[in-house]
Design a protein around this ligand. Sequence first.
Ligand SMILES: [Zn+2]
Length: 200
Amino acid sequence: MIETIKVGPLATNCYIVYDDKSKEAIVIDPGYEDDDIVEFIEKNELKLKYIYLTHCHFDHIEGANWLKNKFDAKVLTYFAEEENMKDSNVNLSKMMMGDPLLVKPDKLMFENDEIEVGSITFRVMHTPGHTSGSSALYDGENLFSGDTVFKDTFGRTDFPTGNMHEMIKTVDRLLTLPSTTKVFPGHNEATVIGEIRPLE
Ligand SMILES: [Zn+2]
């Protein structure tokens, strides 16, 4: 089950993915302290196990500490993004919010690590390009891509640690997933792998 809540001034897609039977849940990119996230979790009596951050940008992590303290969930991110998350220049919080925003992950993930949420198993994929430690979660049917690929376009590579060459390689790799894989991006509407074009 996937619930999308648009949060914050940049309308970041915050995803609540949960297993209806066990009620275990993961929140992907709580980009703002939005009470709708808490309300959804409480209304559906979900047990929030993890908070996954696809990358360090302020509009994807701002609600992480707040949500973690409410539900005692573990904050996860890709290991190569930890330093970026602690750097208010790289996570863009200094520029965009005025105040530095710091999120310290509880557990660092590596390529192919698995995350279990009830009967759902996610695999971690390193997807550098938008930032050096960007990552996606893949459960065999759905890809939560952060700001790497969107409907009809792909993520910017001109922010700190962004890299166009890496982005091209990452998109090529995502295109090896089945074409029917649903893509849930960090902003805008969902799409499928089959609609994404390689970068040149
Ligand atoms: Zn971003």
